[in-house]
Write a protein that binds this ligand. Structure first.
Ligand SMILES: [Zn+2]
Length: 115
């Protein structure tokens, strides 16, 4: 078996009490915020699609990418498959990096267009 949190080889589910607590806290956090997370993603998408009706530019796509990126940055909820494959700690870090990348793409593009 490996530790669910850090993927270290251990006899049980966790390598230490600290990682067991970290997993418990994370699951509570996901449970508490998952609908806000989904709502934010949906709002980014709907806002982008709504803007598409008013403009020919690619500004709506920036709204979608930036909105989705910011949402993933704040709530780096990856899929259970990712968490299992990478360990929970790395999957959270990966989520944050994806969020940062999305926001950065949107920000750089916005700067190039509007400055
Ligand atoms: Zn561990």
């Amino acid at each position: 078996m490996v530790c669910i949190y850090c993927k270290k080889e251990v006899p049980g589910d966790y390598c230490c009490e600290k990682h067991r607590e970290a997993c418990g806290r994370w699951l509570e956090h996901v449970e508490k915020w998952k609908y806000v997370f989904l709502a934010c993603l949906a709002i980014s998408l709907v806002a982008g699609l709504a803007l598409l009706a008013f403009t020919q530019s690619h500004f709506p796509f920036l709204v979608m990418i930036g909105g989705a990126g910011a949402t993933i940055l704040v709530f780096p909820f990856t899929t259970p498959e990712t968490a299992t494959a990478l360990g929970l700690r790395k999957s959270i870090a990966l989520g944050r990096w994806i969020g940062v990348a999305f926001v950065a793409v949107a920000a750089v593009d916005a700067l190039c267009r509007f400055v």
